[in-house]
Design a protein around this ligand. Structure first.
Ligand code: UDP
Length: 393
């Protein structure tokens, strides 16, 4: 049996040391630290998925969101414990219920249920020791929501995926166990009856951490998972039609090998089409900042799309099929263009000089900056604490 996880709040000296350690690791601690305006700090259990450490070194949209939000809540004076994969770093105290991260088995019930059950046990143990959590904020998939009525604290669950036939049924059955937060208006309106979405809080970006570049280089950029819905193959078609260089970046995850080998790899020649693999850190920032445009030829109801706000934060316009949240984030003619197919996307490349990089950056600073998002979640937590859900016995 594993030793119980220690869930004491880090003393201020420890927090200072951790801040220094994080800074040495290259993270900048920006974000709008804001006083609590007389309200008491909350004790928050933040539940990340078990697959990838927080923050991610490369691919990892949910992990990036959890990292930014958790650190900002600590800066605002809340007492946060982050349950996340081993190797995670945070200003909050980190507890890793499992012994290893599982980036190659994303979605495995074995690891997800093990991670959640151990975290719930630790949350219950903290309550028994007289240090209960005010709220549990779950980002971890499906297990925690299905079991949220078994944990002795209100649960806020962020819906990170789209509502499909299967997930809609799941949310209809289990959604009332938690306060549900959608990450875009378009995702929220897809919620089936009787699912109630309590709030829409978008994903955050720290705009100041992304380089703003007005003069661009001569390539188009696509970055994402090698999944057909994300459209690396369609980005290649666009670049060929537009006669522009294309750089592709992103991991080939388990199950995506065939798509990559058949639809992407044959076009990669290191000249017209370059594939740089999974990227992180400075390479990722420079790729976004120097691109003439970011291509988002998606064919699915994208629940958010972190890559879009990251590109825009760098002053890089986005050419997008307006599906899901991308139709909200990309403002047609302001920070990019909405187009219907590959031909229209290639034609839009010729109009890129009409888009002002400064407007691109401003369009995300106003709506998705970390301070805006943390304000939104603080309001949701306070509602959850004031009116915890009454779940029938
Ligand atoms: N990403 C990365 N390196 C890569 C590919 C992606 O760091 O090689 C990051 C990307 O910058 C974004 C996240 O992974 O922060 C992907 O999140 P997004 O919402 O765009 O896609 P999804 O979560 O649907 O895969």
């Amino acid at each position: 049996m594993r030793a119980p996880m220690a869930l004491q709040a880090p003393p201020p000296a420890r927090l200072r040391r951790e801040r220094r350690a994080l800074q040495r690791g290259g993270l900048t601690l920006t974000g709008g630290s804001r006083p609590l305006r007389g309200e008491r700090p909350l004790r928050i259990a933040m539940l990340a998925p078990p697959w990838i450490p927080v923050p991610p070194n490369g691919y990892g949209g949910i992990e990036a969101v959890v990292s930014l939000l958790t650190d900002e809540l600590v800066r605002r004076g809340h007492d946060v414990v982050l349950f996340a994969a081993p190797g995670s770093r945070s200003l909050a105290r980190v507890c890793s219920p499992l012994d290893a991260a599982h980036p190659d088995t994303i979605g495995s019930a074995l690891h997800e249920s093990d991670h959640v059950a151990r975290a719930f046990r630790a949350i219950e143990a903290a309550a028994e020791e007289g240090r209960p959590f005010d709220v549990v904020h779950d980002h971890s998939g499906f297990t925690a929501l299905a079991m949220a009525d078994r944990v002795n604290a209100p649960v806020v669950h962020t819906i990170h995926g789209p509502f499909t036939d299967e997930t809609s049924q799941f949310y209809a059955e289990h959604g009332q166990n938690a306060m549900l937060v959608a990450i875009s208006r378009s995702q929220s309106v897809q919620a089936p009856v009787p699912v109630e979405v309590a709030a829409v809080v978008p994903n955050p970006v720290v705009v100041a951490e992304w380089p703003h570049r007005r003069s661009k280089m001569d390539y188009l950029l696509w970055m994402g998972r090698m999944d057909p819905v994300k459209g690396a193959d369609r980005a290649i078609a666009v670049a060929k039609l537009a006669k522009r260089r294309l750089i592709l970046a992103g991991p080939v995850q388990s199950g995506q090998e065939r798509y990559f080998e058949e639809r992407v790899a044959p076009h990669v020649d290191g000249a017209a089409v370059t594939y740089v693999g999974e990227v992180g850190g400075e390479q990722r920032r420079q790729l976004f900042a120097n691109a003439e445009a970011f291509l988002m030829p998606i064919r699915w109801p994208e629940p958010f799309g972190m890559v879009v706000v990251e590109a825009l934060a760098c002053g890089t316009p986005v050419l997008a099929f307006p599906e899901g949240a991308v139709s909200e984030i990309v403002l047609d003619g302001v920070n990019g263009y909405h187009v219907e197919d590959e031909g229209q996307m290639a034609a839009a490349v010729e109009k890129l000089d009409e888009i002002d990089p400064g407007r691109c950056r401003q369009s995300v600073a106003e709506r998705y900056d970390l301070s805006v998002v943390a304000d939104g979640y603080e309001a949701v937590y306070r509602r959850a604490v004031r009116a915890p859900l009454i779940v029938p016995a």
